[in-house]
Design a protein. Sequence first.
Length: 313
Amino acid sequence: MRILVLGAGGTGGYFGGRLAQSGANVTFLVRPARAAQLDANGLQIRSPLGDADFPVAHVTADALPALAQARPFDTVLLSCKAYDLDSSMDAIAPAVGGDTWVLPILNGLRHYAPLDERFGARNVVGGLCFISAMKGADGEVRHLGQPASITFGERSEPADSERTAAFAALCSAANIDHVRSMRIAREQWTKFTFLATLAAATCTMRAPIGHIVAAQGGDAFVRGLYAECLAVAQAEGEPIDAKAQETALATLTAPGSPLKASMLRDLEAGQPVEAMQIVGDMVLRARAAGMEAPLLSAAWVHLQAYEAGRIAG
Ligand SMILES: NC(=O)C1=CN([C@@H]2O[C@H](COP(=O)(O)OP(=O)(O)OC[C@H]3O[C@@H](n4cnc5c(N)ncnc54)[C@H](OP(=O)(O)O)[C@@H]3O)[C@@H](O)[C@H]2O)C=CC1
Ligand SMILES: CC(C)(CO)C(=O)C(=O)O
Protein backbone atom coordinates (compact mmCIF):
# COMPACT_ATOMS: atom_id res chain seq x y z
CA MET A 1 0.00 0.00 0.00
CA ARG A 2 1.47 3.33 -1.08
CA ILE A 3 0.54 6.00 1.48
CA LEU A 4 0.68 9.78 1.20
CA VAL A 5 0.56 11.57 4.54
CA LEU A 6 -0.49 15.20 4.36
CA GLY A 7 1.29 17.01 7.15
CA ALA A 8 4.21 16.00 9.31
CA GLY A 9 2.91 17.74 12.43
CA GLY A 10 1.79 16.21 15.72
CA THR A 11 -0.56 13.51 14.44
CA GLY A 12 0.62 12.95 10.86
CA GLY A 13 4.26 13.03 11.94
CA TYR A 14 3.60 10.49 14.67
CA PHE A 15 1.35 7.96 12.90
CA GLY A 16 2.90 8.43 9.44
CA GLY A 17 6.32 8.27 11.06
CA ARG A 18 5.63 5.03 12.91
CA LEU A 19 4.30 3.49 9.67
CA ALA A 20 7.41 4.64 7.78
CA GLN A 21 9.67 3.42 10.57
CA SER A 22 8.16 -0.06 10.24
CA GLY A 23 8.94 -0.16 6.52
CA ALA A 24 5.57 0.87 5.08
CA ASN A 25 5.65 2.83 1.83
CA VAL A 26 5.04 6.35 3.18
CA THR A 27 5.62 9.75 1.56
CA PHE A 28 4.92 12.98 3.44
CA LEU A 29 3.30 15.84 1.53
CA VAL A 30 4.67 18.95 3.21
CA ARG A 31 5.17 22.65 2.64
CA PRO A 32 8.63 24.00 1.80
CA ALA A 33 9.68 24.99 5.34
CA ARG A 34 8.82 21.54 6.68
CA ALA A 35 10.57 19.92 3.70
CA ALA A 36 13.74 21.84 4.61
CA GLN A 37 13.49 20.59 8.21
CA LEU A 38 13.00 17.00 7.05
CA ASP A 39 15.97 17.35 4.67
CA ALA A 40 18.17 18.66 7.45
CA ASN A 41 17.16 16.40 10.34
CA GLY A 42 14.95 13.64 8.99
CA LEU A 43 11.82 12.89 10.98
CA GLN A 44 12.44 13.08 14.70
CA ILE A 45 9.96 11.42 17.06
CA ARG A 46 10.21 11.98 20.78
CA SER A 47 7.89 9.61 22.56
CA PRO A 48 7.53 7.54 25.71
CA LEU A 49 6.96 4.66 23.31
CA GLY A 50 10.44 5.16 21.86
CA ASP A 51 12.39 7.96 20.22
CA ALA A 52 13.30 7.66 16.56
CA ASP A 53 15.34 9.67 14.06
CA PHE A 54 15.28 8.62 10.45
CA PRO A 55 15.04 9.99 6.90
CA VAL A 56 11.57 9.98 5.33
CA ALA A 57 10.38 10.34 1.76
CA HIS A 58 8.67 13.67 1.25
CA VAL A 59 7.31 15.81 -1.53
CA THR A 60 5.97 19.35 -1.90
CA ALA A 61 2.75 20.15 -3.75
CA ASP A 62 4.47 21.33 -6.93
CA ALA A 63 6.23 17.99 -7.39
CA LEU A 64 3.27 15.80 -6.40
CA PRO A 65 1.48 15.50 -9.78
CA ALA A 66 4.52 13.93 -11.47
CA LEU A 67 5.14 11.62 -8.52
CA ALA A 68 1.50 10.49 -8.37
CA GLN A 69 1.34 9.97 -12.12
CA ALA A 70 4.47 7.83 -12.09
CA ARG A 71 3.05 5.66 -9.34
CA PRO A 72 -0.43 6.32 -7.90
CA PHE A 73 -1.07 6.44 -4.19
CA ASP A 74 -3.51 3.99 -2.58
CA THR A 75 -4.18 5.92 0.60
CA VAL A 76 -3.98 9.52 1.76
CA LEU A 77 -3.73 10.03 5.51
CA LEU A 78 -5.02 13.56 6.07
CA SER A 79 -3.69 15.20 9.21
CA CYS A 80 -4.08 18.95 8.74
CA LYS A 81 -5.87 21.32 11.08
CA ALA A 82 -9.48 22.04 10.06
CA TYR A 83 -8.66 25.62 9.10
CA ASP A 84 -6.16 24.27 6.52
CA LEU A 85 -8.67 21.88 4.97
CA ASP A 86 -9.20 23.78 1.71
CA SER A 87 -5.51 24.18 0.93
CA SER A 88 -4.91 20.57 1.98
CA MET A 89 -7.62 19.26 -0.34
CA ASP A 90 -6.05 21.23 -3.17
CA ALA A 91 -2.64 19.83 -2.27
CA ILE A 92 -3.67 16.16 -2.16
CA ALA A 93 -6.00 16.30 -5.20
CA PRO A 94 -3.35 15.23 -7.74
CA ALA A 95 -2.72 12.09 -5.67
CA VAL A 96 -6.37 11.05 -5.38
CA GLY A 97 -7.21 8.79 -8.29
CA GLY A 98 -10.37 6.67 -8.63
CA ASP A 99 -8.97 3.90 -6.41
CA THR A 100 -7.35 6.13 -3.80
CA TRP A 101 -9.00 6.44 -0.41
CA VAL A 102 -8.63 9.32 1.98
CA LEU A 103 -8.41 8.72 5.72
CA PRO A 104 -8.86 11.96 7.68
CA ILE A 105 -7.82 11.93 11.33
CA LEU A 106 -8.90 15.50 12.06
CA ASN A 107 -11.02 16.18 15.09
CA GLY A 108 -14.73 16.83 14.61
CA LEU A 109 -17.08 15.91 11.80
CA ARG A 110 -17.45 19.00 9.64
CA HIS A 111 -14.67 18.05 7.22
CA TYR A 112 -16.57 15.07 5.79
CA ALA A 113 -19.00 17.13 3.69
CA PRO A 114 -16.28 19.03 1.79
CA LEU A 115 -14.16 15.89 1.44
CA ASP A 116 -17.12 13.91 0.10
CA GLU A 117 -17.96 16.66 -2.33
CA ARG A 118 -14.41 16.90 -3.59
CA PHE A 119 -13.36 13.24 -3.71
CA GLY A 120 -16.61 11.24 -3.55
CA ALA A 121 -18.01 9.74 -0.36
CA ARG A 122 -16.91 6.19 -1.31
CA ASN A 123 -13.31 7.40 -1.35
CA VAL A 124 -13.44 8.93 2.13
CA VAL A 125 -13.13 6.58 5.10
CA GLY A 126 -14.03 7.62 8.66
CA GLY A 127 -11.10 8.20 10.99
CA LEU A 128 -9.96 9.69 14.27
CA CYS A 129 -7.08 9.37 16.67
CA PHE A 130 -6.31 9.51 20.35
CA ILE A 131 -2.95 11.07 21.09
CA SER A 132 -1.44 14.15 22.67
CA ALA A 133 1.23 15.27 20.26
CA MET A 134 2.68 18.42 18.74
CA LYS A 135 5.45 19.61 16.51
CA GLY A 136 8.23 21.08 18.65
CA ALA A 137 10.26 24.22 17.99
CA ASP A 138 12.90 22.34 15.99
CA GLY A 139 10.42 20.28 14.00
CA GLU A 140 10.56 17.25 16.27
CA VAL A 141 7.30 15.35 16.70
CA ARG A 142 6.62 15.34 20.43
CA HIS A 143 4.31 12.61 21.68
CA LEU A 144 3.36 13.87 25.13
CA GLY A 145 2.22 10.59 26.66
CA GLN A 146 -0.16 7.69 26.29
CA PRO A 147 -2.26 6.91 24.31
CA ALA A 148 -1.34 6.83 20.62
CA SER A 149 -4.13 5.09 18.78
CA ILE A 150 -5.93 5.44 15.50
CA THR A 151 -9.49 4.38 14.68
CA PHE A 152 -10.86 3.98 11.19
CA GLY A 153 -13.74 2.37 9.37
CA GLU A 154 -15.98 2.45 6.34
CA ARG A 155 -18.84 4.92 6.53
CA SER A 156 -21.09 2.81 4.31
CA GLU A 157 -21.55 -0.89 3.60
CA PRO A 158 -19.67 -3.12 3.29
CA ALA A 159 -18.04 -2.22 6.59
CA ASP A 160 -15.60 -5.11 6.33
CA SER A 161 -13.51 -3.80 3.43
CA GLU A 162 -10.18 -5.03 2.12
CA ARG A 163 -8.66 -1.56 2.22
CA THR A 164 -9.28 -1.06 5.93
CA ALA A 165 -8.08 -4.62 6.62
CA ALA A 166 -4.86 -3.89 4.72
CA PHE A 167 -4.36 -0.65 6.64
CA ALA A 168 -4.98 -2.45 9.93
CA ALA A 169 -2.27 -4.96 9.01
CA LEU A 170 0.17 -2.10 8.44
CA CYS A 171 -0.75 -0.58 11.81
CA SER A 172 -0.14 -3.96 13.48
CA ALA A 173 3.25 -4.25 11.78
CA ALA A 174 4.09 -0.75 13.03
CA ASN A 175 2.91 -1.53 16.58
CA ILE A 176 0.32 1.26 16.35
CA ASP A 177 -2.67 0.74 18.62
CA HIS A 178 -5.65 0.79 16.29
CA VAL A 179 -9.33 0.00 16.00
CA ARG A 180 -10.77 -1.11 12.67
CA SER A 181 -14.35 -0.24 13.39
CA MET A 182 -17.45 -1.75 11.85
CA ARG A 183 -19.45 1.16 13.30
CA ILE A 184 -17.31 4.20 12.78
CA ALA A 185 -20.15 6.70 13.36
CA ARG A 186 -20.44 5.44 16.93
CA GLU A 187 -16.67 5.85 17.47
CA GLN A 188 -16.81 9.31 15.94
CA TRP A 189 -19.61 10.46 18.22
CA THR A 190 -17.98 8.93 21.28
CA LYS A 191 -14.83 10.91 20.53
CA PHE A 192 -16.66 14.07 19.44
CA THR A 193 -18.71 14.30 22.65
CA PHE A 194 -15.61 13.61 24.77
CA LEU A 195 -13.44 16.11 22.90
CA ALA A 196 -16.01 18.89 22.73
CA THR A 197 -16.37 18.64 26.51
CA LEU A 198 -12.61 18.57 27.05
CA ALA A 199 -11.97 21.48 24.69
CA ALA A 200 -14.83 23.59 26.05
CA ALA A 201 -13.82 22.97 29.66
CA THR A 202 -10.05 23.32 29.41
CA CYS A 203 -10.08 26.28 26.98
CA THR A 204 -12.69 28.22 28.94
CA MET A 205 -10.84 27.68 32.20
CA ARG A 206 -7.35 27.79 30.62
CA ALA A 207 -6.51 24.88 32.86
CA PRO A 208 -6.05 21.12 32.78
CA ILE A 209 -8.82 18.83 33.98
CA GLY A 210 -7.22 18.31 37.42
CA HIS A 211 -7.28 22.02 38.21
CA ILE A 212 -10.85 22.42 37.00
CA VAL A 213 -12.32 19.55 38.99
CA ALA A 214 -10.45 20.70 42.12
CA ALA A 215 -12.35 24.01 41.96
CA GLN A 216 -15.73 24.41 43.67
CA GLY A 217 -18.31 23.70 40.99
CA GLY A 218 -15.64 22.44 38.57
CA ASP A 219 -16.81 18.84 38.51
CA ALA A 220 -20.40 19.94 37.91
CA PHE A 221 -19.25 22.27 35.15
CA VAL A 222 -17.50 19.45 33.27
CA ARG A 223 -20.42 17.06 33.80
CA GLY A 224 -22.83 19.75 32.60
CA LEU A 225 -20.85 20.23 29.39
CA TYR A 226 -20.74 16.49 28.79
CA ALA A 227 -24.50 16.19 29.39
CA GLU A 228 -25.11 18.83 26.73
CA CYS A 229 -22.91 16.93 24.27
CA LEU A 230 -24.67 13.65 25.10
CA ALA A 231 -28.03 15.26 24.35
CA VAL A 232 -26.76 16.36 20.95
CA ALA A 233 -25.47 12.85 20.16
CA GLN A 234 -28.86 11.44 21.15
CA ALA A 235 -30.65 13.95 18.94
CA GLU A 236 -28.35 13.03 16.04
CA GLY A 237 -29.32 9.36 16.39
CA GLU A 238 -25.95 8.29 17.85
CA PRO A 239 -26.58 7.93 21.59
CA ILE A 240 -23.43 7.24 23.60
CA ASP A 241 -23.69 3.96 25.48
CA ALA A 242 -23.45 3.83 29.25
CA LYS A 243 -20.04 2.16 29.34
CA ALA A 244 -18.53 4.78 27.00
CA GLN A 245 -20.07 7.56 29.09
CA GLU A 246 -18.57 6.09 32.24
CA THR A 247 -15.12 5.84 30.64
CA ALA A 248 -15.30 9.40 29.29
CA LEU A 249 -16.47 10.87 32.58
CA ALA A 250 -13.76 9.05 34.53
CA THR A 251 -11.17 10.80 32.34
CA LEU A 252 -12.96 14.13 32.23
CA THR A 253 -13.27 14.36 36.03
CA ALA A 254 -10.07 12.60 37.14
CA PRO A 255 -8.57 14.36 40.16
CA GLY A 256 -5.08 15.71 39.48
CA SER A 257 -5.28 14.98 35.76
CA PRO A 258 -2.88 17.04 33.61
CA LEU A 259 -5.09 16.41 30.54
CA LYS A 260 -5.75 19.38 28.25
CA ALA A 261 -7.31 19.46 24.82
CA SER A 262 -4.87 20.04 21.98
CA MET A 263 -7.03 23.13 21.35
CA LEU A 264 -5.81 24.59 24.65
CA ARG A 265 -2.17 24.00 23.65
CA ASP A 266 -2.87 25.88 20.40
CA LEU A 267 -4.63 28.66 22.29
CA GLU A 268 -1.76 29.01 24.80
CA ALA A 269 0.63 29.30 21.86
CA GLY A 270 -1.49 32.09 20.33
CA GLN A 271 -2.29 29.89 17.34
CA PRO A 272 -5.59 29.58 15.47
CA VAL A 273 -7.98 27.09 17.06
CA GLU A 274 -10.50 24.65 15.58
CA ALA A 275 -13.28 26.32 17.52
CA MET A 276 -15.93 26.10 14.81
CA GLN A 277 -15.04 22.48 14.02
CA ILE A 278 -15.46 21.24 17.58
CA VAL A 279 -17.30 23.43 20.12
CA GLY A 280 -19.06 25.61 17.53
CA ASP A 281 -20.31 22.63 15.59
CA MET A 282 -21.69 21.02 18.75
CA VAL A 283 -23.53 24.27 19.61
CA LEU A 284 -24.99 24.57 16.11
CA ARG A 285 -26.17 20.97 16.21
CA ALA A 286 -27.75 21.56 19.64
CA ARG A 287 -29.62 24.59 18.32
CA ALA A 288 -30.73 22.73 15.20
CA ALA A 289 -32.24 20.13 17.54
CA GLY A 290 -34.04 22.85 19.52
CA MET A 291 -31.73 22.74 22.54
CA GLU A 292 -30.05 25.66 24.34
CA ALA A 293 -26.73 24.08 25.46
CA PRO A 294 -25.83 27.13 27.64
CA LEU A 295 -22.44 25.88 28.86
CA LEU A 296 -21.23 24.94 25.37
CA SER A 297 -22.59 28.25 24.05
CA ALA A 298 -20.56 30.21 26.61
CA ALA A 299 -17.43 28.26 25.69
CA TRP A 300 -18.11 28.94 22.02
CA VAL A 301 -18.45 32.71 22.66
CA HIS A 302 -15.16 32.58 24.57
CA LEU A 303 -13.36 30.86 21.69
CA GLN A 304 -14.78 33.29 19.13
CA ALA A 305 -13.63 36.21 21.30
CA TYR A 306 -10.16 34.64 21.47
CA GLU A 307 -10.10 34.32 17.67
CA ALA A 308 -11.21 37.93 17.26
CA GLY A 309 -8.48 39.11 19.61
CA ARG A 310 -5.86 37.02 17.86
CA ILE A 311 -6.81 38.42 14.46
CA ALA A 312 -6.94 42.00 15.79
CA GLY A 313 -3.43 41.43 17.20
N1 LIG B 1 -2.19 17.13 18.30
C1 LIG B 1 -3.00 16.34 18.97
O1 LIG B 1 -2.67 15.95 20.10
C2 LIG B 1 -4.28 15.86 18.37
C3 LIG B 1 -4.77 16.45 17.21
N2 LIG B 1 -5.91 15.94 16.65
C4 LIG B 1 -6.45 16.53 15.45
O2 LIG B 1 -5.63 16.17 14.36
C5 LIG B 1 -5.65 17.19 13.37
C6 LIG B 1 -4.22 17.59 13.08
O3 LIG B 1 -3.67 18.14 14.25
P1 LIG B 1 -2.12 18.23 14.52
O4 LIG B 1 -1.42 17.08 13.92
O5 LIG B 1 -1.96 18.51 15.96
O6 LIG B 1 -1.75 19.55 13.71
P2 LIG B 1 -0.32 20.13 13.38
O7 LIG B 1 -0.50 21.59 13.20
O8 LIG B 1 0.69 19.65 14.36
O9 LIG B 1 0.02 19.45 11.99
C7 LIG B 1 -0.70 19.73 10.84
C8 LIG B 1 0.28 19.75 9.71
O10 LIG B 1 -0.46 19.92 8.50
C9 LIG B 1 0.37 20.64 7.66
N3 LIG B 1 -0.37 21.29 6.58
C10 LIG B 1 -1.44 22.10 6.68
N4 LIG B 1 -1.84 22.50 5.47
C11 LIG B 1 -1.00 21.93 4.58
C12 LIG B 1 -0.88 21.98 3.17
N5 LIG B 1 -1.73 22.68 2.43
N6 LIG B 1 0.11 21.29 2.59
C13 LIG B 1 0.97 20.56 3.34
N7 LIG B 1 0.93 20.48 4.69
C14 LIG B 1 -0.06 21.16 5.29
C15 LIG B 1 1.04 21.66 8.53
O11 LIG B 1 2.20 22.06 7.89
P3 LIG B 1 3.18 23.24 8.34
O12 LIG B 1 4.10 22.59 9.31
O13 LIG B 1 3.81 23.64 7.07
O14 LIG B 1 2.31 24.29 8.97
C16 LIG B 1 1.27 20.89 9.81
O15 LIG B 1 2.56 20.37 9.92
C17 LIG B 1 -6.50 18.32 13.96
O16 LIG B 1 -7.81 18.23 13.50
C18 LIG B 1 -6.45 18.05 15.46
O17 LIG B 1 -7.58 18.54 16.16
C19 LIG B 1 -6.53 14.84 17.14
C20 LIG B 1 -6.07 14.23 18.25
C21 LIG B 1 -4.95 14.74 19.00
C1 LIG C 1 -8.97 14.22 23.33
C2 LIG C 1 -7.64 14.18 22.66
C3 LIG C 1 -6.56 14.51 23.64
C4 LIG C 1 -7.44 12.74 22.23
O1 LIG C 1 -6.44 12.54 21.39
C5 LIG C 1 -7.69 15.07 21.45
O2 LIG C 1 -8.15 14.67 20.42
C6 LIG C 1 -7.25 16.48 21.47
O3 LIG C 1 -6.79 16.97 22.49
O4 LIG C 1 -7.36 17.13 20.42
